[in-house]
Design a protein. Structure first.
Length: 500
């Protein structure tokens, strides 16, 4: 792989449209934040302690020909925030930009600003121009750098000067996520950078359009599902930081509430990462908690025909909406339900799971003594809806070659009562599998099953699920039934004759 500096990219900041204070308040209700706030009050997570990065395309150059990319720290909504600019060089540190970006300011307001954001507790921000950030990902020997950051927001899109360099960048980004638990939240666009990466959380719009990946190389192929999740906003520059902020609330929760996890890993620079806050887990929880149908008040469209004809992806998503619209209330409930092992990994009560929850399996696939099947069992007491997401990372070797490994896992739902597999997701080009069923039958025994679609492997995954009770039909008054019976008799009588 070529590890030259990335300074020949075709990049652009994505459109950023102003929204009113009323609209901002409405979006918080639309994504479940208002409900979570009402339930938790002062205990609601705010992103406190989560170190983040904001990566921006330059909107121009200043008088010294330096890029303009950073939000203005002097604005009131940035009070209490500490900004660093690791990509800048100057004769007398600390280096501070002389001109600030309006686009970056709009993104910052939604990511961590003190008015619009749901993650106002974020206070430690690294601000980068895109090329500066890309050049920070790899050492001169081709190995990955380390980072103490947990989330990076990318409200930009673009392409490199060659397919090989685009591939190099995508691999570098995916490697950072997998090795360093460095969550990358990226705008979903028609450009390969960086929403085409496997391990990112790719964000679209609630009123968005169909998207799929473009061909880059044998790993980053065309036709993959690109949009993972959407948010209600006027443009993807706005929707992306909304999801970044939601991810920050989950990272804080997973890190502070250590009892939610059954294990952890230690990452150089980042420290202890509990299973609840891993990159795969946060992505799975956001996707499983997403709304597949919405009634928004913010005026940015609604999801009314999820996975309708022509919009169904092989991994169980909608090519316009991904898993649906982010709902931080649902996702918080999934995370705080805690990690629950599969039957094969010693899950309690023979692998019975609760209404919501997650699991991280660090060894799966049949190799090295690992299980090649994971069963999560449950029984419905009433009619239910199930949303479940299985997520695993693309592996990228920590060498200059950056060789990739994409395993193929399957997620299925078995109705044990009927002895039948009633749904499955088995895309061979994606690294998420997803199920959404609204017709689970009361009194039936079910199994969520994770299996491998290849030979013996030893890999890790996260799965998250959310079961909700279906609303009971509203009883109809007796007078209606009398009317209905009469109408049925009339229709039956008419069908005996000609209706032409």
């Amino acid at each position: 792989m070529n590890h030259q500096k990335h300074d020949l990219l075709t990049l652009f900041a994505l459109p950023l449209l102003a929204i009113s204070a009323q609209a901002s308040a409405d979006y918080k209700a639309d994504i479940g934040y208002t409900a979570l706030q009402a339930e938790l009050a002062a205990a609601i997570p705010s992103g406190s302690g989560v170190k983040v990065t904001q990566v921006e395309a330059s909107t121009g150059t200043d008088s010294a020909d330096d890029p303009i990319f950073a939000p203005d720290p002097s604005v009131g909504t940035m009070t209490g925030k500490t900004f660093s600019y690791p990509g800048l060089t100057c004769s007398t540190p600390p280096c501070i930009p002389s001109v600030f970006s309006g686009h970056a300011m709009g993104v910052a307001d939604r990511f961590y600003g003190n008015s619009l954001s749901i993650a106002q507790g974020i206070s430690d921000i690294h601000s980068y121009e895109v090329n500066q950030w890309l050049n920070s990902l790899n050492k001169s020997n081709g190995r990955a750098t380390t980072s103490d950051r947990r989330i990076a927001n990318h409200s930009w899109a673009g392409t490199a000067d060659s397919p090989a360099e685009t591939s190099n960048i995508l691999r570098s980004v995916d490697r950072q996520v997998d090795l360093n638990e460095y969550i990358q939240v990226a705008a979903a666009t028609g450009s390969p950078l960086i929403g085409n990466a496997y391990n990112t959380i790719s964000v679209g719009l609630t009123n968005g359009s169909s998207l799929s990946s473009v061909a880059v190389d044998a790993t980053y192929v065309a036709g993959r599902a690109i949009t993972d999740i959407v948010a209600p906003a006027s443009a993807v520059s706005n929707s992306t930081p909304i999801v970044s902020a939601a991810a920050a609330l989950l990272v804080e929760t997973g890190h502070e509430q250590t009892d939610l996890s059954l294990g952890y890993r230690t990452v150089t620079s980042a420290g202890t990462i509990y299973n609840a806050e891993r990159s795969e887990t946060v992505k799975a929880i956001l996707m499983a908690g997403a709304d597949r149908q919405t009634s928004n008040t913010s005026g940015y469209g609604d999801i009314t025909d999820y996975r309708s004809t022509g919009h169904q992806t092989d991994n169980g998503l909608d090519d316009r909406y991904g898993a649906g619209q982010v709902n931080i209330y649902n996702s918080y409930q999934i995370m705080t339900a805690g990690e629950q092992n599969s039957l094969q990994d010693g899950g309690s009560n023979n692998g019975q799971i609760g209404m919501s929850g997650f699991d991280y399996d660090d060894h799966f696939g049949g190799a090295s003594g690992s299980n090649d099947l994971a069963i999560y069992s449950f029984t419905t007491n009433t009619d239910e809806t199930l949303a479940a997401s299985l997520v695993w990372n693309l592996g990228v070797s920590n060498t200059s070659a950056m060789n990739t490994t994409l395993h193929h896992l399957e997620l299925s739902l078995v109705d044990v009562t009927e002895a039948a597999t009633i749904a499955f997701s088995d895309s061979i080009v994606d690294n998420t599998q997803n199920l959404f069923l609204s017709s689970l039958i009361a009194g039936h025994n079910y199994q969520l099953q994770v299996s491998s679609l290849e030979g013996a492997i030893d890999w890790d995954y996260s799965i998250a699920w959310n079961r909700t009770i279906n609303a009971a039909p509203v009883p109809l008054p007796a007078a209606f039934w009398l009317f209905g019976s009469a109408l049925a008799s009339l229709v039956g009588f008419q069908r005996k004759g000609s209706l032409t």
